[in-house]
Design a protein around this ligand. Sequence first.
Ligand SMILES: Cc1cc2nc3c(=O)[nH]c(=O)nc-3n(C[C@H](O)[C@H](O)[C@H](O)COP(=O)(O)O)c2cc1C
Length: 306
Amino acid sequence: MEVKEPDLTVNIGKLHLTNPIMTASGTFGYGEEYEDFLDLNKLGAIVVKGISVNPRCGNPPPRIIETPCGMLNAIGLENPGLEAFLREKLPRIRKYRCKIIVNILGETLDEYEILAERLENSSISAIEVNISCPNVKKGGVAFGTDAKMIYSVTKCVRQKTNKPLIIKLSPNVTDITAMALAAEEGGADAISLINTLLGMAIDIKTHKPKLANKVGGLSGPAIKPIALRMVWQVAERVKIPVIGIGGICTTEDVIEFLLAGATAIQVGTANFINPATAEDMIVGLEKYMTENKIQTISEIIHGLII
Ligand SMILES: Cc1cc2nc3c(=O)[nH]c(=O)nc-3n(C[C@H](O)[C@H](O)[C@H](O)COP(=O)(O)O)c2cc1C
């Protein structure tokens, strides 16, 4: 039997995507910055740069350093704030057919609640919660490194929204499955992972850290094996869909993550190398499915043989 037109659609809870390729938060601006480089209508979804209640100016420079097979960033979650996003950024990307997922960040549970409540009546398709931020009420410990805090933040956002809710996990933990299970228990519809890994670079002439913030988040191909391992571990344990992120640069990488159990993936640092990467992956995935007589994405997901 010849497969003519493979079906690339996937469902993340009640979020229906035309294909499993999304762009990762912080690496694709608010979408419009990339409109000259690829057809945004073709993307499964755009996850916008993290939005906080109030505008943030981020960290002082230097805040990006290239590393072997990746990069370190300490942008500091710079963004125009919730109201400016809704007023200025969202209307400009709404004209595209792809789904818009808003990544939110807060320093207290109250801030996460305000964001979820305000976004509830907007035209966005889903909320992705960045929990890699410090909880200022708990001495600056990142929400995402404590299972109890992950449960609390998930539950409090869940109570304020009926939109599909994705919790984005930090890899800077010892047991990623415990974090994923806490998010599932708190009411998440899906889990995305991984955010960046904490890293550092030192200038041997000045003996100073290369980043003004001293430490930053490592991303890119260097982290792919770690991300793939964590996605596999989490997908084995939770019942909700998993979205794979971390060093995904090629169609082969996409297929590896699907085989490991991801239902969809996000492209991050690769957008800085080739801004059309996500669109190329959709074409590549369709070609792979046709060549291998695969009709639906679900035939690939969890296909890993051990
Ligand atoms: C410059 C930069 C900014 C980022 N900003 C955010 C952000 O605002 N919110 C978030 O959840 N993740 C953010 N991330 C993390 C990415 O979305 C992604 O999880 C991470 O980079 C791993 O994927 P990659 O290796 O494909 O880049 C950022 C990453 C980079 C490189």
